[in-house]
Design a protein around this ligand. Structure first.
Ligand code: NDP
Length: 286
Protein backbone atom coordinates (compact mmCIF):
# COMPACT_ATOMS: atom_id res chain seq x y z
CA UNK A 1 0.00 0.00 0.00
CA UNK A 2 1.37 3.40 -1.02
CA UNK A 3 2.52 6.06 1.39
CA UNK A 4 0.29 9.11 1.06
CA UNK A 5 2.07 12.33 0.15
CA UNK A 6 0.07 14.75 2.25
CA UNK A 7 -0.04 18.11 0.51
CA UNK A 8 -1.95 19.73 3.33
CA UNK A 9 0.70 18.94 5.92
CA UNK A 10 3.58 19.92 3.63
CA UNK A 11 1.82 23.15 2.62
CA UNK A 12 1.28 24.07 6.28
CA UNK A 13 4.97 23.52 6.98
CA UNK A 14 6.06 25.58 3.99
CA UNK A 15 3.65 28.33 5.03
CA UNK A 16 5.45 28.57 8.36
CA UNK A 17 8.76 29.06 6.51
CA UNK A 18 7.15 31.67 4.26
CA UNK A 19 5.74 33.48 7.28
CA UNK A 20 9.26 33.80 8.66
CA UNK A 21 10.57 35.01 5.31
CA UNK A 22 7.83 37.63 5.12
CA UNK A 23 8.68 38.85 8.62
CA UNK A 24 12.37 39.05 7.70
CA UNK A 25 11.60 40.97 4.51
CA UNK A 26 9.38 43.37 6.42
CA UNK A 27 12.26 43.90 8.83
CA UNK A 28 14.34 44.97 5.84
CA UNK A 29 11.66 47.41 4.70
CA UNK A 30 10.05 45.23 2.00
CA UNK A 31 6.37 44.38 2.60
CA UNK A 32 5.43 41.69 0.02
CA UNK A 33 2.17 42.46 -1.75
CA UNK A 34 0.07 40.49 -4.22
CA UNK A 35 -2.64 42.04 -6.38
CA UNK A 36 -5.31 39.67 -7.69
CA UNK A 37 -7.67 40.77 -10.44
CA UNK A 38 -11.03 39.04 -10.79
CA UNK A 39 -13.22 39.92 -13.75
CA UNK A 40 -16.82 38.74 -13.68
CA UNK A 41 -18.70 36.60 -11.19
CA UNK A 42 -17.71 33.03 -11.94
CA UNK A 43 -18.38 31.25 -8.61
CA UNK A 44 -15.32 28.95 -8.82
CA UNK A 45 -13.05 31.91 -9.57
CA UNK A 46 -14.55 33.81 -6.65
CA UNK A 47 -13.64 30.92 -4.35
CA UNK A 48 -10.08 30.75 -5.74
CA UNK A 49 -9.59 34.50 -5.25
CA UNK A 50 -10.96 34.36 -1.70
CA UNK A 51 -8.60 31.48 -0.88
CA UNK A 52 -5.63 33.38 -2.28
CA UNK A 53 -6.48 36.37 -0.11
CA UNK A 54 -6.78 34.17 2.97
CA UNK A 55 -3.49 32.41 2.22
CA UNK A 56 -1.74 35.77 1.90
CA UNK A 57 -3.19 37.02 5.16
CA UNK A 58 -2.09 33.86 6.98
CA UNK A 59 1.58 34.48 6.15
CA UNK A 60 1.56 38.27 6.35
CA UNK A 61 1.62 39.02 2.61
CA UNK A 62 -0.48 42.09 1.81
CA UNK A 63 -3.23 41.18 -0.63
CA UNK A 64 -5.16 43.52 -2.86
CA UNK A 65 -8.26 42.15 -4.60
CA UNK A 66 -9.52 44.04 -7.60
CA UNK A 67 -13.00 42.91 -8.59
CA UNK A 68 -14.32 44.07 -11.94
CA UNK A 69 -17.66 43.52 -13.70
CA UNK A 70 -17.92 40.92 -16.47
CA UNK A 71 -18.35 43.61 -19.11
CA UNK A 72 -15.00 45.25 -18.31
CA UNK A 73 -13.32 46.21 -21.56
CA UNK A 74 -9.84 45.31 -22.70
CA UNK A 75 -8.67 48.92 -22.44
CA UNK A 76 -9.84 49.36 -18.87
CA UNK A 77 -8.22 46.09 -17.80
CA UNK A 78 -5.02 47.02 -19.61
CA UNK A 79 -4.96 50.35 -17.77
CA UNK A 80 -5.38 48.63 -14.39
CA UNK A 81 -2.58 46.15 -15.08
CA UNK A 82 -0.29 48.93 -16.29
CA UNK A 83 -0.88 50.96 -13.16
CA UNK A 84 -0.15 47.88 -11.00
CA UNK A 85 3.02 47.28 -13.04
CA UNK A 86 4.11 50.82 -12.20
CA UNK A 87 3.19 50.60 -8.51
CA UNK A 88 6.37 49.75 -6.62
CA UNK A 89 4.41 48.63 -3.55
CA UNK A 90 2.92 45.73 -5.60
CA UNK A 91 5.29 42.78 -6.13
CA UNK A 92 3.01 40.18 -7.66
CA UNK A 93 0.10 40.51 -10.08
CA UNK A 94 -2.30 37.75 -11.00
CA UNK A 95 -5.31 37.78 -13.29
CA UNK A 96 -7.72 35.02 -12.31
CA UNK A 97 -8.51 32.85 -15.32
CA UNK A 98 -10.70 32.12 -17.17
CA UNK A 99 -11.71 35.63 -18.21
CA UNK A 100 -15.25 36.34 -19.44
CA UNK A 101 -16.00 36.15 -23.16
CA UNK A 102 -14.46 39.02 -25.06
CA UNK A 103 -11.24 39.06 -23.06
CA UNK A 104 -8.36 36.83 -24.13
CA UNK A 105 -6.61 35.39 -21.07
CA UNK A 106 -3.37 34.66 -22.91
CA UNK A 107 -3.20 38.15 -24.33
CA UNK A 108 -4.05 39.84 -21.03
CA UNK A 109 -1.48 37.76 -19.14
CA UNK A 110 1.25 39.15 -21.40
CA UNK A 111 0.56 42.64 -20.06
CA UNK A 112 1.83 41.77 -16.58
CA UNK A 113 5.42 42.89 -16.02
CA UNK A 114 7.56 39.70 -16.10
CA UNK A 115 9.07 40.41 -12.67
CA UNK A 116 5.53 40.58 -11.21
CA UNK A 117 4.13 37.61 -13.14
CA UNK A 118 3.77 35.23 -10.18
CA UNK A 119 1.73 32.70 -12.19
CA UNK A 120 4.66 32.49 -14.67
CA UNK A 121 2.28 32.43 -17.63
CA UNK A 122 3.92 35.23 -19.64
CA UNK A 123 5.93 34.22 -22.68
CA UNK A 124 9.04 35.67 -21.05
CA UNK A 125 8.73 33.48 -17.97
CA UNK A 126 7.70 30.45 -20.03
CA UNK A 127 10.86 30.97 -22.08
CA UNK A 128 12.97 31.13 -18.95
CA UNK A 129 11.51 27.83 -17.75
CA UNK A 130 12.49 26.32 -21.11
CA UNK A 131 16.09 27.37 -20.57
CA UNK A 132 16.19 26.29 -16.94
CA UNK A 133 17.01 29.82 -15.75
CA UNK A 134 13.91 31.01 -13.98
CA UNK A 135 12.64 33.05 -11.03
CA UNK A 136 9.04 31.83 -11.13
CA UNK A 137 7.61 28.42 -11.87
CA UNK A 138 3.88 27.88 -12.51
CA UNK A 139 2.39 27.01 -9.15
CA UNK A 140 0.92 23.57 -9.88
CA UNK A 141 4.05 21.95 -11.39
CA UNK A 142 6.14 23.60 -8.67
CA UNK A 143 3.85 22.03 -6.06
CA UNK A 144 4.14 18.63 -7.75
CA UNK A 145 7.94 18.86 -7.62
CA UNK A 146 7.80 19.56 -3.88
CA UNK A 147 5.60 16.49 -3.38
CA UNK A 148 8.02 14.32 -5.37
CA UNK A 149 10.82 15.70 -3.22
CA UNK A 150 8.82 14.75 -0.12
CA UNK A 151 8.73 11.14 -1.33
CA UNK A 152 12.52 11.07 -1.18
CA UNK A 153 12.62 9.48 -4.65
CA UNK A 154 15.25 11.19 -6.79
CA UNK A 155 14.03 12.21 -10.24
CA UNK A 156 17.45 11.77 -11.83
CA UNK A 157 17.55 8.86 -14.26
CA UNK A 158 13.92 7.90 -13.66
CA UNK A 159 11.30 7.32 -16.34
CA UNK A 160 8.85 10.15 -15.78
CA UNK A 161 5.53 10.19 -17.60
CA UNK A 162 3.27 13.23 -17.66
CA UNK A 163 -0.29 12.75 -18.93
CA UNK A 164 -1.49 16.13 -20.16
CA UNK A 165 0.24 18.83 -22.19
CA UNK A 166 -1.49 22.02 -21.08
CA UNK A 167 0.55 25.20 -20.86
CA UNK A 168 -0.35 25.55 -17.19
CA UNK A 169 0.41 22.03 -15.97
CA UNK A 170 1.65 19.36 -18.38
CA UNK A 171 4.28 21.23 -20.38
CA UNK A 172 6.00 23.07 -17.51
CA UNK A 173 5.82 19.86 -15.43
CA UNK A 174 7.75 18.04 -18.14
CA UNK A 175 10.35 20.83 -18.18
CA UNK A 176 10.87 20.70 -14.43
CA UNK A 177 11.28 16.92 -14.44
CA UNK A 178 13.78 17.20 -17.28
CA UNK A 179 15.61 19.88 -15.34
CA UNK A 180 16.03 17.34 -12.55
CA UNK A 181 17.48 14.87 -15.06
CA UNK A 182 14.42 12.68 -15.42
CA UNK A 183 13.75 10.94 -18.74
CA UNK A 184 10.42 12.47 -19.62
CA UNK A 185 7.56 11.29 -21.83
CA UNK A 186 4.54 13.53 -22.33
CA UNK A 187 1.22 11.87 -23.24
CA UNK A 188 -2.03 13.43 -24.43
CA UNK A 189 -5.36 12.57 -26.01
CA UNK A 190 -3.74 11.40 -29.25
CA UNK A 191 -1.21 9.14 -27.55
CA UNK A 192 -1.43 5.56 -28.81
CA UNK A 193 -1.14 2.71 -26.30
CA UNK A 194 -1.12 5.06 -23.33
CA UNK A 195 -1.11 2.28 -20.74
CA UNK A 196 2.06 0.75 -22.25
CA UNK A 197 3.78 4.07 -21.64
CA UNK A 198 2.38 4.77 -18.19
CA UNK A 199 3.33 1.26 -17.04
CA UNK A 200 6.97 2.17 -17.62
CA UNK A 201 6.78 5.27 -15.39
CA UNK A 202 8.74 5.39 -12.16
CA UNK A 203 7.13 8.78 -11.62
CA UNK A 204 3.67 9.36 -13.10
CA UNK A 205 1.99 12.76 -13.15
CA UNK A 206 -1.68 12.78 -14.21
CA UNK A 207 -3.09 16.15 -15.34
CA UNK A 208 -6.01 15.18 -17.54
CA UNK A 209 -9.27 16.38 -16.04
CA UNK A 210 -11.07 13.01 -16.10
CA UNK A 211 -12.03 11.41 -12.80
CA UNK A 212 -10.46 8.03 -12.11
CA UNK A 213 -8.90 7.83 -15.59
CA UNK A 214 -5.65 6.21 -14.43
CA UNK A 215 -6.29 2.79 -12.92
CA UNK A 216 -3.97 0.48 -11.03
CA UNK A 217 -3.34 -1.73 -14.07
CA UNK A 218 -1.85 1.31 -15.85
CA UNK A 219 0.92 1.89 -13.34
CA UNK A 220 4.16 0.18 -12.47
CA UNK A 221 4.62 -1.54 -9.12
CA UNK A 222 6.30 0.97 -6.79
CA UNK A 223 5.66 4.05 -8.94
CA UNK A 224 5.33 7.55 -7.47
CA UNK A 225 1.90 8.81 -8.53
CA UNK A 226 1.13 12.53 -8.54
CA UNK A 227 -2.54 13.23 -9.19
CA UNK A 228 -3.14 16.79 -10.37
CA UNK A 229 -6.75 16.31 -11.43
CA UNK A 230 -9.60 18.00 -9.63
CA UNK A 231 -12.92 16.70 -10.87
CA UNK A 232 -16.28 17.52 -9.30
CA UNK A 233 -18.32 14.34 -9.66
CA UNK A 234 -22.07 13.86 -9.78
CA UNK A 235 -22.18 12.93 -6.09
CA UNK A 236 -20.67 16.37 -5.36
CA UNK A 237 -17.32 14.89 -4.32
CA UNK A 238 -13.93 15.94 -5.64
CA UNK A 239 -11.95 13.18 -7.31
CA UNK A 240 -8.56 13.05 -8.94
CA UNK A 241 -7.56 11.73 -12.35
CA UNK A 242 -6.33 8.53 -10.70
CA UNK A 243 -8.53 5.82 -9.29
CA UNK A 244 -7.14 6.13 -5.80
CA UNK A 245 -7.70 2.63 -4.40
CA UNK A 246 -6.34 0.61 -7.31
CA UNK A 247 -3.39 2.99 -7.83
CA UNK A 248 -2.53 3.17 -4.12
CA UNK A 249 -2.42 -0.64 -4.00
CA UNK A 250 0.48 -0.62 -6.47
CA UNK A 251 2.25 2.72 -6.03
CA UNK A 252 5.00 3.41 -3.50
CA UNK A 253 3.78 6.98 -2.98
CA UNK A 254 0.58 8.70 -4.05
CA UNK A 255 -1.05 12.10 -3.61
CA UNK A 256 -4.68 12.21 -2.45
CA UNK A 257 -7.43 14.38 -3.96
CA UNK A 258 -8.34 16.58 -2.23
CA UNK A 259 -5.34 17.33 -0.02
CA UNK A 260 -2.47 16.62 -2.40
CA UNK A 261 -1.46 18.92 -5.23
CA UNK A 262 -4.21 21.50 -4.52
CA UNK A 263 -2.82 22.91 -1.24
CA UNK A 264 0.69 22.85 -2.71
CA UNK A 265 -0.42 24.92 -5.70
CA UNK A 266 -1.73 27.54 -3.31
CA UNK A 267 1.43 27.71 -1.26
CA UNK A 268 3.63 27.97 -4.38
CA UNK A 269 1.86 31.21 -5.27
CA UNK A 270 2.97 32.61 -1.92
CA UNK A 271 6.51 31.42 -2.62
CA UNK A 272 6.51 33.13 -6.02
CA UNK A 273 5.22 36.33 -4.43
CA UNK A 274 8.07 36.26 -1.93
CA UNK A 275 10.54 35.70 -4.78
CA UNK A 276 9.02 38.66 -6.61
CA UNK A 277 9.38 40.84 -3.51
CA UNK A 278 12.98 39.72 -3.03
CA UNK A 279 13.83 40.49 -6.66
CA UNK A 280 12.07 43.86 -6.71
CA UNK A 281 13.30 44.75 -3.26
CA UNK A 282 16.81 44.56 -4.69
CA UNK A 283 17.71 41.62 -2.45
CA UNK A 284 18.63 39.36 -5.34
CA UNK A 285 19.23 39.68 -9.06
CA UNK A 286 16.31 38.68 -11.28
P1 NDP B 1 -6.42 20.82 -19.84
O1 NDP B 1 -7.83 20.46 -20.19
O2 NDP B 1 -5.87 22.11 -20.30
O3 NDP B 1 -5.46 19.65 -20.36
C1 NDP B 1 -5.81 18.31 -20.22
C2 NDP B 1 -4.78 17.45 -20.91
O4 NDP B 1 -5.18 16.10 -20.77
C3 NDP B 1 -4.65 17.75 -22.40
O5 NDP B 1 -3.30 17.82 -22.79
C4 NDP B 1 -5.34 16.54 -23.06
O6 NDP B 1 -4.79 16.17 -24.29
C5 NDP B 1 -5.07 15.46 -22.03
N1 NDP B 1 -6.09 14.41 -22.16
C6 NDP B 1 -7.43 14.55 -22.22
N2 NDP B 1 -8.02 13.35 -22.40
C7 NDP B 1 -7.02 12.46 -22.49
C8 NDP B 1 -6.98 11.05 -22.69
N3 NDP B 1 -8.10 10.34 -22.88
N4 NDP B 1 -5.78 10.45 -22.71
C9 NDP B 1 -4.65 11.14 -22.54
N5 NDP B 1 -4.62 12.48 -22.35
C10 NDP B 1 -5.79 13.12 -22.32
O7 NDP B 1 -6.34 20.69 -18.25
P2 NDP B 1 -5.27 21.29 -17.20
O8 NDP B 1 -3.91 20.85 -17.54
O9 NDP B 1 -5.54 22.72 -16.98
O10 NDP B 1 -5.78 20.53 -15.90
C11 NDP B 1 -5.76 19.12 -15.81
C12 NDP B 1 -6.45 18.71 -14.52
O11 NDP B 1 -5.75 19.26 -13.42
C13 NDP B 1 -7.90 19.23 -14.35
O12 NDP B 1 -8.63 18.27 -13.63
C14 NDP B 1 -7.74 20.48 -13.52
O13 NDP B 1 -8.89 20.77 -12.78
C15 NDP B 1 -6.61 20.07 -12.63
N6 NDP B 1 -5.83 21.18 -12.09
C16 NDP B 1 -5.51 21.09 -10.78
C17 NDP B 1 -4.76 22.06 -10.19
C18 NDP B 1 -4.40 21.90 -8.77
O14 NDP B 1 -4.03 22.86 -8.14
N7 NDP B 1 -4.45 20.69 -8.22
C19 NDP B 1 -4.32 23.25 -10.94
C20 NDP B 1 -4.61 23.19 -12.34
C21 NDP B 1 -5.37 22.18 -12.88
P3 NDP B 1 -4.85 17.11 -25.61
O15 NDP B 1 -3.81 18.16 -25.40
O16 NDP B 1 -4.52 16.18 -26.71
O17 NDP B 1 -6.24 17.66 -25.66
Amino acid sequence: MAVILDGKVLAAKLKEDIKEQVAALKGEGVAPKLAVILVGDDPASQVYVRNKKRDCEEVGIISQSITLPADTGREELTGIIKSLNADSSVHGILVQLPLPDGLDGTEITQLIAPEKDVDAFSYYNVGRIMTGDYSFVPCTPAGCMELIKLSGVAVEGKNCVVIGRSNIVGKPMAMLLMQENGTVTVCHSRTVNLADITRRADILVAAIGRAGFVTGDMIKEGAVVIDVGINRCEDGKLRGDCDFDSCAAKASFITPVPGGVGPMTRVMLLKNTINAAIIQGGKENA
